[in-house]
Design a binder for this molecule. Sequence first.
Ligand SMILES: [Zn+2]
Length: 92
Amino acid sequence: MKANKGNRISRIIAIVAIILLFAGAAYAEILGNSKTKKYHTTTCKLAQKIRQENKVIFKNVAEAKQKGYAPCKTCSPDSAPAAVSSAPAKKK
Ligand SMILES: [Zn+2]
């Protein structure tokens, strides 16, 4: 019985860790570079190269635009389905 209880606690910890991971990923959908004033999807190879001191995290493309950032031409975050919302895909 004792071992069973410990098992359950470690399982809860594992679940919480997974939830936190997902929550973190959802928040890091758009990465901005304060030096180049460009924003990227998190999967963009240029986004991986942003220095820690220049890295800005936006909730979505709209927020990045509002702060005066321009979309990266390599990953084109505007057309990427970054935000998993129910909004229909808009094209300019
Ligand atoms: Zn990019």
